[in-house]
Write a protein that binds this ligand. Structure first.
Ligand SMILES: NC(=O)c1ccc[n+]([C@@H]2O[C@H](COP(=O)([O-])OP(=O)(O)OC[C@H]3O[C@@H](n4cnc5c(N)ncnc54)[C@H](O)[C@@H]3O)[C@@H](O)[C@H]2O)c1
Ligand SMILES: CC(C)[C@H](C(=O)O)[C@@H](O)C(=O)O
Ligand SMILES: [Mg+2]
Length: 358
């Protein structure tokens, strides 16, 4: 009997709701085209969950996720908390707890540049052409999960940047293994000229590298890496870095792909895989229907490939995105001066074009 795949849909907040709808439709279309059975179940997280239960990650949501074969997530976040640094309960806590509880220690963020978008970026096409980067961002450690608090009657605040050997080892192995299937280059990014946690990071990465003699390992400090990424993105292959540096560098890298609305990600580790755009809930465009759904749709492709081993199905989605762009269709964020107004689509109509090409 053919397997029934259980997928938890976790739209979250803001444009998370809008783009995840399109990602889900793509999964439905793929199931119909290839004769698969995907069973969807929706769960709440973030602001919506706080409003309903007081908890940004209700137990019920977590239980659903743990019982599923893969998760398609949107984003969390709401201006109410962004504008109130004193808020004790926050949507982002739900996201971080979810990553920790599910053991999702490796966040893969491919920087895929579609040739059709070479002109959409503010970086020169000749600098961009041929860029293809895969980030391995550690996702359950670092300053995100170290001890934090206040002292001196609240007048001093601290966050602790902390890494243990096993945390660096397991993500380093993933990055080196991926590099073996690519250009065999790993750049490890840290701040070991200042930070002790980065010195451990570098030490461990050097040790792991010995098991992959065919891979060339380069180290860069985070500040220089941020500069080189824009100066010469073509020189990058696999980038291996910690939670905070990876968060920042990949938003920067979105400008290589053209927009935040283009970057998908896969979070994997001990259990079920979670797939999500790298962008957030984007308050500035929420409710306008203009968000680019391609990051969510490309996250659905990663889900098919990594969690279900459905390579052909995943390629079908990526091809459909490519064809949509080739046919000249754009959302506002990836349109340029030459895009005819009639080709600038909204979230839903852009999603519908991808479905047509599938
Ligand atoms: N994984 C997540 O859930 C996640 C990630 C980042 C930020 N956030 C949260 O999202 C909220 C907003 O944060 P922010 O504004 O710093 O980051 P953001 O990623 O939401 O938006 C940054 C900029 O990119 C644009 N953008 C993002 N996604 C887009 C898309 N699909 N199509 C077109 N344009 C897009 C936005 O309009 C905005 O101008 C905050 O509450 C933050 O905490 C959540
Ligand atoms: C919202 C925030 C906690 C999150 C992060 O920093 O990991 C986001 O920026 C991301 O990239 O997924
Ligand atoms: Mg981020």
């Amino acid at each position: 009997m053919k397997k029934t795949y259980k997928i938890t849909i976790l739209p979250g907040d803001g444009i998370g709701q809008e783009v995840t709808r399109e990602g889900k439709k793509v999964l439905e279309k793929i199931a119909a085209k290839f004769g698969h059975t995907f069973e969807f179940d929706e769960a709440t997280i973030g602001h919506a969950a706080i409003e309903a239960t007081g908890n940004p990650l209700p137990d019920e949501s977590l239980a659903k996720m743990k019982a599923s074969d893969a998760i398609l997530f949107g984003a969390v976040g709401h201006p109410k908390y962004d504008n109130d640094p004193t808020a004790k309960v926050r949507p982002e806590q739900g996201l971080l707890r979810m990553r920790k509880e599910l053991g999702l220690y490796a966040n893969l963020r491919p920087i895929k540049l579609f040739d059709e978008l070479l002109e959409a970026s503010s970086i020169k096409p000749e600098v961009l052409r041929g860029s293809d980067i895969l980030f391995f961002r550690e996702l359950t450690g670092d300053v995100y999960f170290g001890e934090r608090g206040r002292k001196d009657n609240g007048d001093t605040a601290y966050d602790t940047m902390i890494y243990s050997r096993y945390e660096v080892e397991r993500i380093a192995h993933k990055a080196f293994k991926a590099a073996m299937t690519r250009k065999k280059k790993v750049m490890s990014v840290d701040k070991s000229n200042v930070l002790e946690s980065s010195r451990l990071w570098k030490e461990v990465v050097n040790e792991v590298a010995k098991q992959y003699p065919e891979v060339t390992l380069e180290h860069q400090f985070i500040d220089a890496a941020a500069m080189l990424l824009i100066k010469n993105p073509k020189a990058f292959d696999v980038v291996l870095t910690g939670n905070l540096f990876g968060d920042i560098l990949t938003d920067e890298a979105s400008q290589i792909a053209g927009s935040m609305g283009m970057l998908a990600s896969a979070s994997v580790g001990d259990t079920v895989g979670l797939y999500e755009p790298i962008h957030g809930s984007a308050h500035d465009i929420t409710g306008k229907g203009v968000a680019n759904p391609l990051a969510s749709i490309l996250s659905a492709a990663l889900l098919l490939d990594i969690s279900f081993g459905m390579k052909e199905e995943a390629d079908t989605v990526i091809k459909a995105v490519e064809q949509t762009l080739k046919a000249g269709f754009r959302t506002r964020d990836i349109a340029d001066a030459n895009t005819p107004a009639a080709n600038i689509l909204n979230t839903e109509t852009m999603g519908a074009k991808v479905l047509e090409f599938i």
